[in-house]
Design a protein around this ligand. Structure first.
Ligand SMILES: Cc1cc2nc3c(=O)[nH]c(=O)nc-3n(C[C@H](O)[C@H](O)[C@H](O)COP(=O)(O)OP(=O)(O)OC[C@H]3O[C@@H](n4cnc5c(N)ncnc54)[C@H](O)[C@@H]3O)c2cc1C
Length: 475
């Protein structure tokens, strides 16, 4: 006997569980199916983000940053620390606790919003009139029918061709977040967000880290000035970053892994690492969903094909998050989930892809929204740029974190803000001001005329806005 729902969400990551909550708020009888399990077999909703992505990485980044501060910058404050050690086991246990708190939080939200949660693997099992039939496999198998289905099955790590993840020597994001001791020498393939964050964690704890990037430019998608500053700062911190490399062989031994590559100058290198993190991107996950059986269209890269409003080719079947086109970011998945359920309810759900912020949680952090300077140049847009360094910001000096700057790009004629780019302390928080400003179509002068509390890091944003018109006050 199948149970009937208005909306069934397959996948309980940030896209799926948020969609389920909004659907329930809108009065739909809602279910969410998710297969992620904790070590003891209990449900662990939250997807990649909660279990092996955003949350655990930020927990380890915080732990390792505390360790680095204690070892390097506490002395500047007159704080002496002797016998500093890192207990990796305890650090990982704390990270696991943070993850579990988030899993429990989502289970609580399901209950609070009267969402029926199925812990198991969901797949399409055909149609019954207007309703979609779904099967849940797991410890408690179930059959469901649904008027609307939202696919939010996320993504999985991309492997190097011919090199499988064993999560002992060759690590994906899951393995990178659970290395049981500080590696002496750590290789990271891919200088993207995940590679830089994970490389930073283990470098701060004492590993020699070499990051190997195939593309010729470091952080090519980031504003060039920010990427240049980042390369300088990360190199000074001790991360060895090589761009333009071509990996030709990876040999996995019992206790190590040897990578053969050609560097940008064409020289062949052989480097042996204790562990190798492979972070060369992620691919959409639709395995076992039954896409073929019901004729669900995938695009040539394996993403579920959707229109601008997340509609698939099947009636009343929607798809959101990492499994569809667009940036693989938790907040993009969440916003698509909300927008889709609002569309199901006949409302005007909307996601503005021009104002999706990006963050790299290194130290200093990097964050941006809107266009980069190189994009504006390529598009022939006439713009003005204003920058302000944290060295001239009182709060940053008091914190002892003066590396980096804020940069604002605005249309020369209308002064409308086209992009904001930050490298510096708490860039992840500062960027929201740029997002709000852009959503409201603000001009750089609007930001420059808004009263900002003193002393705050956000004064650097105001000063960058003033700099667009060449009239900073504190530089
Ligand atoms: C190391 C790392 C760090 C990251 N840091 C950030 C960050 O700081 N900020 C940020 O915005 N993004 C970050 N991301 C990206 C972010 O995790 C993803 O963009 C986000 O999780 C996508 O959400 P989603 O809901 O689309 O899919 P997912 O989070 O992948 O969730 C999909 C869920 O569906 C389940 N599932 C799949 N198929 C089925 C099925 N048939 N039946 C039942 N369940 C199924 C999966 O097991 C999973 O639980 C990070 C990613 C990684 C790997």
């Amino acid at each position: 006997m199948s149970e009937q729902f208005d909306v069934v969400v397959i996948g309980g990551g940030p896209g799926g569980y948020t969609a389920a909550i909004r659907a329930a708020q809108l009065g739909f009888k809602t279910a969410c199916v998710d297969d992620w399990s904790r070590a003891d077999g209990k449900p662990a909703p939250g997807g990649t983000c909660t279990n092996v992505g955003c949350i655990p990485s930020k927990a380890l980044l915080q732990s390792s940053e505390n360790f680095e501060h204690a070892g390097h910058s506490f002395a500047d404050h007159g704080i002496g620390v002797s016998g500093l050690v890192i207990d990796v086991k305890k650090m990982l246990a704390r990270k696991d606790k943070v993850v579990a708190q988030n899993n429990d939080g989502i289970l609580y939200l399901f209950k609070k919003n009267k969402i029926t949660f199925f812990h198991g693997f969901g797949s399409f099992a055909g149609k019954e009139g207007d309703l979609w039939k779904l099967a849940v496999a797991g410890s408690k198998p179930a059959e469901l029918t649904a008027k609307h289905v939202i696919i939010a099955t996320g993504s999985k790590p991309r492997a190097l061709p011919g090199v499988t993840f064993d999560n002992v020597r060759v690590l994906d994001n899951d393995g990178a977040l659970a290395i049981p001791e500080v590696p002496r020498k750590l290789g990271v393939v891919g200088a993207g967000v995940i590679g830089l964050e994970m490389g930073s964690v283990w470098r701060r704890l004492g590993a020699d880290v070499i990051v190997l990037e195939a593309l010729p430019a470091f952080l090519g998608v980031v504003d060039t000035a920010i990427a240049k500053e980042a390369l300088k700062l990360f190199t000074r911190q001790g991360l060895v970053i090589q761009t333009g490399v071509q990996i030709t062989d990876v040999k996995v031994g019992k206790d190590d892994v040897t990578v053969t590559y050609t560097d940008a100058a064409g020289k062949v290198e052989n480097v042996t690492f204790d562990r190798l993190i492979v972070s060369i991107g992620r691919v959409p996950f639709t395995g076992g969903l039954g896409a073929d059986a019901v004729g669900l269209e995938l695009d040539e890269r394996g993403f579920v094909a959707v229109d601008g409003e997340c509609r698939t080719n099947l009636p009343n079947v929607w798809a959101i998050g990492d499994v569809v086109r667009g940036p693989m970011l938790a907040h993009k998945a969440e916003d698509e989930g909300v927008a889709v359920t609002e569309r199901i309810a006949g409302q005007q759900g909307h996601v503005d892809f021009n104002t999706v912020p990006w963050v790299i949680y290194t130290s200093p952090e990097i964050a941006w929204v809107g266009k980069t300077e190189q994009q504006l140049k390529a598009e022939g847009v006439d713009y003005r740029a204003g920058s302000f360094p944290f060295t001239a910001n009182g709060r940053a000096r008091a914190m002892g974190e003066t590396a980096g700057f804020v940069k604002i790009l605005a249309d020369r004629r209308t002064d409308r803000i086209l992009g904001m780019h930050v490298i510096g302390p708490m860039a992840s928080e500062l960027i929201s001001e740029g997002v709000v400003a852009m959503e409201f179509g603000a001009a750089s002068e609007d930001l420059a005329r808004i009263c900002h509390a003193h002393p705050t890091l956000s004064e650097a944003t105001k000063e960058a806005a003033l700099a667009v018109d060449g009239r900073t006050l504190n530089l």
